[in-house]
Design a protein around this ligand. Structure first.
Ligand code: PLP
Length: 469
């Protein structure tokens, strides 16, 4: 047995022989030599390991052709970019793990232009002098929301941190126990509060917080009344929340500003389109809330950014805070954010051009049509690996927005026959481009809501290929 292993190990082709082989020497112009060597070593190491584990290889398996073929495959894998495009077939529209919002086409064109050339990022073209990067979206944000002042930073977590640091460092912030949320990826209100140097004063209980809870907690050190959108959960049953208007009234009485972290703020009232009511950014501001923060890449449908709107004097203080330099927004974000915001000047255009809004508002008949189209493109399956069924199901907005909202959709369901749901899921995930699906009750679900038109051909091809193996 041991002798066999030694012989097999000796039969593995040598590095030099592989480097001279036709298929690999042809690649030396395409890849750096170090990378080719890395691929060869990793393939040879895999053979050694398998042989030591007792696997048997015949001389064909260990031929130069066979091993160099493996090296070519390995090179393709290790030379791939790490950040890659994937097909989101999960039906979760603002999927944080999959990059949240897809940018509108016009924003991508701006991105190209600004990324590929110089720009007036911090240059005042009228005065011929240094300008501020924040001016590019400030007026637009004020126009769209009615806010007195506006400022943008890297993301909403940064926006919350910056506001707390500016308004409440070393002092007290009153917040309801029912709103101490944790957003995926370790953003927790109590922790952000600590980082900002503000002291958190929790009031009320998990399910009920009354106005008197806030008012009795107000003291000489109170700097801010904070409201936080629950985002990814709801409290049902015996509950009581204090509305923005009530908090604003209390704040005014005591000359204490009120801040709201809206999480996934949006400009469009979805109840007009038959979906659940969520307060819009404009509505919250018109209640008199002094500072509002929200994400650029959740329901707004733009790039990752944190938007801060509110009272002019407060926004000016925030701009002066040294921390804002560390949290500042980058020019590529800024140009795509400007373009996304411009689309909101006409709501009809916004819901047509902003993919996140378009996907949220897709109607069941359209989704059924999309699902049928995909099935037609897949064509008849030639094996019994799995069969395909259409099913009614639900999509989610995701990104901590409208957590309880069911968006009815049509699912393409791959029902396992000889191939298990987990094998199907893994195979699709390893496809190029990777296809991310949901597995529910041992079935693979493909939700066409989040699959883009240009991806249909690839997706159909992948499913056909999978049924042929
Ligand atoms: C999502 C969210 C955040 C964090 O926003 P990012 O843009 O991811 O930094 C903060 N607060 C609430 C309530 C959220 O929903």
């Amino acid at each position: 047995m041991e002798v066999d292993k030694k012989q097999l190990l000796r039969n593995i082709p040598k590095v030099d022989r592989l480097l001279e082989s036709d298929s690999i020497s042809g690649l030396m112009h395409q890849y750096p030599r170090s990378m080719v060597l890395k691929a060869i070593n990793s393939v040879l190491e895999a053979y050694r390991k398998k042989i030591l584990d007792g696997e048997i290889f015949d001389s064909d398996d260990l031929s130069i052709e066979s091993v160099s073929g493996k090296v070519v495959d390995e090179l393709a894998v290790i030379s791939r970019h790490s950040l890659r495009e994937v097909i989101n077939a999960t039906g979760v529209i603002v999927h944080t793990n999959l990059g949240r919002s897809i940018l509108p086409a016009s924003a991508i064109r701006r991105f190209d232009l600004i990324a590929g050339g110089y720009s007036n990022l911090e240059y005042d073209l009228q005065k011929g002098k240094r300008g501020s990067r924040y001016t590019h979206v400030e007026e637009l944000l004020k126009e769209l929301t009615g806010a007195e002042g506006a400022m943008v930073v890297n993301n909403n977590a940064a926006a919350v941190l910056l506001c707390l640091d500016t308004l409440a460092k070393g002092r007290e912030v009153i917040v309801s126990r029912g709103e101490l949320v944790e957003i995926g990826g370790s953003f927790r209100i109590p922790d952000v509060m600590k980082k900002s140097g503000a002291r958190m004063v929790e009031v009320g209980t998990t399910n009920k917080t009354h106005l008197r809870d806030y008012s009795s907690a107000i003291g000489p050190d109170t700097a801010l009344l904070l409201k936080v959108h629950r985002s990814n959960f709801q409290i049902l049953g015996f509950t009581k929340d204090v509305s923005e208007s009530e908090l604003v009234e209390l704040g005014r009485e005591h000359h204490i500003p009120v801040m709201e972290d809206l999480g996934s703020g949006c400009f469009v009232d979805f109840s007009k389109y038959g979906l659940l009511k969520e307060p819009t950014v404009q509505e919250v501001l018109s209640c008199g809330v002094d500072v509002v923060t929200f994400s650029g890449d959740k329901m707004l449908g733009g790039p990752q950014a944190g938007i801060i709107l509110g009272r002019e004097d407060i926004i000016n203080e925030i701009k002066k805070n040294q921390l804002s330099r560390a949290l500042r927004i980058d020019k590529l974000t800024l140009c795509s954010l400007e373009d996304t915001l411009r689309l909101y000047r006409d709501e009809e255009i916004a819901i047509k051009e902003i993919p996140t809004l378009r996907m949220i508002l897709m109607k069941p008949p359209e989704l059924k049509k999309k699902a049928r189209k995909l099935i037609r493109m897949i064509g008849p399956l030639r094996s019994d690996n799995f069969r395909i069924e259409l099913k009614q199901g639900i999509s989610r907005v995701g990104g901590g927005a409208l957590p309880l909202l069911d968006l009815p959709t049509t699912l393409i369901c791959l029902v396992p026959l000889t191939m298990s749901a987990n094998i199907i899921e893994e195979w699709l995930r390893n496809y190029d481009p990777p296809i991310i699906v949901r597995v529910e009750k041992e079935q693979v679900m493909i939700d066409v809501r989040t699959v883009q038109d240009r991806e249909f051909r690839t997706l159909a091809g992948a499913i056909r290929e999978l049924s042929d193996i």
